[in-house]
Design a protein around this ligand. Structure first.
Ligand SMILES: *Cc1c(COP(=O)(O)O)cnc(C)c1O
Length: 509
């Protein structure tokens, strides 16, 4: 090689800013301007500082309320939508979806039994959870059990927990002890506490109460932190020894696989699709919200491995689930989705395991987190290391040594202030997870107090996220003079963070 070409190549490889692995194929202009500060302040007040109720088209900045269903679809997905087959029974998308399940998760997920379905389509993840736990609870007669049945997990998502509890079972979180430590080297804080699981399973009285164990990848309730393959295997060994089935809540399976490939010892030579199969080899079934790593705006599924501990233990489950699905979603071959949705999801499942996509996606979330830390001059203001889909602001740290107490709901105050600046985040802390008992506030136990910035897939550029980081840093500098909030409506309600209204303590009602 010529000397100049070699120098040029060296130079080139050292460039720090990499281009995105895609380019925009369509854009949507904002209807409102960055400068409408006073208008947003009035509007925020009118909706009682409830972020869910603030009109989306009045947000000129980053709408990071959730990464669920907010994906920007690819041109390939849009083209598949046009090719949707809207037949009532056995549309093309149904077969394509079942084939893609086998393609993505491995041959063990094939439906060989011609008479019993193994792939159940739902309109979103929680509908799959609802079917899962309703049918399971019926099979084990959960409501009449003397001691409540129990579903252990590394961290149940809030809708999973609600569906478990609604059916008379108990949801128990066995968070990794590393989760709460500020340790930058701990790469898999989403792991299940295997010692805690062993303690449960070694006790015969406890073990009888456990029909199923769950792992959520990545661990959304635990800061979006990844779960290691070695942890999944350890949980599998324990559950197999006691004949207990293991399921995944697989919403972010591709992001989780990327973390395993890049951070777990011995995995560097594997591709993401290989890692996905290694993970799914370990389990008996999974449910998934396709609004996350399905790269789609709607969809969910529950898939059962035909030859597994689960089908051995619950042979009637699948046919009962089909009945449930027909009652609430529609024929099992479309399950509450249009035929075109299924085609878009199939294309999304192909894209989501691309190395270039995932690297860009996860690095972008990490750059956003690093920017907040840098501008605030405090590394502890966010949960570190940053997980796959979101940056979690640590509210206890953010407002440490200020006059604001839990009763001032500083997390809610922060999301209200950010709305006025044109950005939408979500409180997941003492208000969302706490509750009221006999007029007293009970904070979540174990304590969690975060404001989450969930980054939609393929939607924002770094510049958008950095603009938000700057606003957050400005509020951090001003933290000693920021107001708390009072609840004006809904403090006693169930799922209250969706419904409550608040006002800043400096304002008259
Ligand atoms: C989003 C989510 C769900 C629920 O899925 P929806 O499609 O929103 O109903 C369940 N579990 C986890 C981990 C999630 O992130």
């Amino acid at each position: 090689m010529d000397r100049w070409l070699k120098d040029f190549a060296d130079q080139f490889r050292r460039t720090k800013i990499r281009n995105r692995p895609y380019r925009n194929a369509a854009v949507s202009f904002r209807r409102c301007a960055q400068d409408d500060f006073e208008a947003r302040a009035r509007l925020a007040r009118a909706v009682g500082l409830n972020t869910f109720l603030f009109p989306a088209d009045r947000i000129p900045g980053c709408d990071l309320l959730t990464d669920s269903g907010t994906t920007t679809m690819t041109m390939d997905q849009w083209s598949q939508l046009l090719l949707g087959d809207e037949s009532y029974g056995s549309n093309e998308g149904y077969f394509a979806f079942k084939n893609q399940i086998v393609e993505t998760f491995g041959p063990a997920w094939e439906n060989r039994d011609r008479f019993v379905e193994n792939t159940f389509i739902f309109h979103q993840g929680r509908a799959a959870e609802h079917g899962m736990f309703k049918v399971l609870a019926g099979l084990i007669d959960a409501r009449r059990a003397k001691d409540r049945f129990l579903i252990p997990s590394n961290g149940h998502f809030d809708t999973t927990q609600a569906n478990i509890e609604d059916n008379g079972l108990e949801a128990r979180n066995l968070f990794s002890p590393e989760l709460r430590r500020h340790d930058l080297k701990a790469r898999f804080k989403g792991d299940m506490d295997v010692r805690a699981l062993r303690a449960l399973l070694d006790d015969p009285a406890m073990r009888r109460r456990i029909p199923l164990v769950y792992l959520t990848i990545t661990n959304n309730t635990g800061g979006g932190q990844p779960v290691s393959l070695s942890n999944i295997r350890a949980v599998r060994r324990l559950t197999t020894r006691h004949g207990i089935p293991l399921f995944l809540d697989a919403c972010r399976f591709a992001e989780n696989a990327w973390f395993i490939r890049h951070h777990e010892p011995g995995m560097a030579q594997r591709t993401v699709p290989e890692v996905v199969r290694l993970v799914f080899d370990q389990v008996d079934g999974f449910h998934i919200s396709l609004k996350k790593d399905g790269l789609a705006n709607i969809g969910g599924a529950l898939v059962v491995k035909e030859k597994s501990l689960f089908t051995e233990r619950f042979p009637k489950f699948r046919s009962l689930l089909s009945d449930h699905q027909i009652l609430v979603e529609g024929h099992p071959t479309y399950g509450g989705l249009a035929g075109r949705d299924l085609k878009g999801i199939v294309e999304g499942l192909k894209t989501v395991v691309r190395e270039d996509y995932l690297t860009h996606r996860i690095h972008q979330v990490q750059r956003f987190g690093a920017r907040i830390q840098e501008l605030c001059g405090n590394k502890k203001v966010i949960m570190s290391p940053v997980g796959g889909h979101a940056v979690y602001l640590d509210i206890d740290e953010f407002f440490a040594r200020t006059r604001l107490k839990d009763s001032d709901l500083p997390g809610i105050a922060l999301t209200g202030l950010l709305l006025i600046a044109g950005h939408r985040l979500c409180e997941l802390g003492v208000y969302a997870f706490g509750h009221r008992e006999q007029g007293r506030e009970i904070p979540p136990n174990p304590r969690v107090n975060y404001v989450r910035a969930a980054v939609p897939r393929l939607t924002y550029e770094d510049q958008d996220l950095f603009a938000l980081a700057e606003v957050i840093a400005g509020l951090y500098r001003q933290r000693d003079s920021l107001p708390g909030v009072t609840v004006t409506h809904g403090q006693d309600l169930r799922l209250r963070h969706f419904k409550s209204r608040f006002r800043f303590k400096s304002e008259r009602s």
